[in-house]
Design a protein around this ligand. Structure first.
Ligand code: GTP
Ligand code: MG
Length: 195
């Protein structure tokens, strides 16, 4: 698949603002700062389609990007950011949950984990939640430029074991800096849900 066009549609606060045209959606979830917005920019080959920041907690609303006028990429707020108030955490949690529950158009969830760290309790919970609701999941380990080849192998094992991935569950490594394997990744993530 080739991504020819990508447009920002809306940052939604409430359900009523979600697009109504029924196009399939692929959502990106993961801890705050894991690189959700960055990977969306990499895959769409745009520098600032989604907002990236060194400070965790940049994405706070549900952002919809229309791709090739045929499907949406959905950028969600990150979870697990320690430095926000309890109230704020609850509000983000609600924002994520409001989108993920009962969204018929949602065809696949891409769960991002940082390849340098063992998946956290929040990651495990997210993975189990996705499975429980029967969504199709693809796991991507981000920031792969930060590890040597040998440590990437180790990381693969740790991630598979910690999340208890099944044989069928796909796990890819990606770096938004060098973008190696970008075209294949696009096929793996979007081909099936969209076509
Ligand atoms: P929230 O919106 O806060 O949930 O964060 P996010 O998951 O959208 O992360 P974002 O894309 O904003 O990236 C967070 C930081 O990680 C930024 O400083 C990025 O430049 C950096 N980053 C993202 N992807 C990569 C990567 O592949 N390699 C490296 N080295 N840094 C990355
Ligand atoms: Mg973001």
């Amino acid at each position: 698949m080739k991504i020819n066009t990508s447009e920002f549609i809306i940052s939604a606060v409430k359900r009523a603002q979600y697009p109504m045209d029924g196009f399939p959606e692929v959502a990106f979830v993961g801890r705050s700062n894991v690189g959700k917005s960055s990977i969306i920019n990499s895959l769409t080959n745009r520098k600032m389609l989604a907002r990236v920041s060194q400070t965790p907690g940049k994405t706070r609303l549900v952002n919809f990007f229309l791709i090739n006028k045929e499907f949406y990429i959905v950028d969600l707020p990150g979870y697990g950011y320690a430095k926000v108030s309890k109230k704020e955490k609850e509000s983000w949690g609600k924002t994520i949950e409001m989108y993920l529950t009962g969204r018929q158009q949602l065809k696949r969830i891409v769960l991002l984990v940082d390849c340098r760290h063992k998946p956290t309790g929040d990651d495990i919970m997210m993975y189990e939640w996705i499975k429980h609701f029967g969504y199709d999941v693809v796991v991507i380990a981000t920031k792969s430029d930060k590890l040597s080849r040998m440590n990437l192998k180790k990381s693969e094992k740790v991630i598979r074991e910690t999340l208890k991935l099944t044989k069928q569950d796909k796990l890819y490594f990606f770096s938004s800096l060098n973008k190696v394997g970008r075209d294949e990744l696009i096929d793996h993530i979007f081909e099936e849900p969209v076509h």
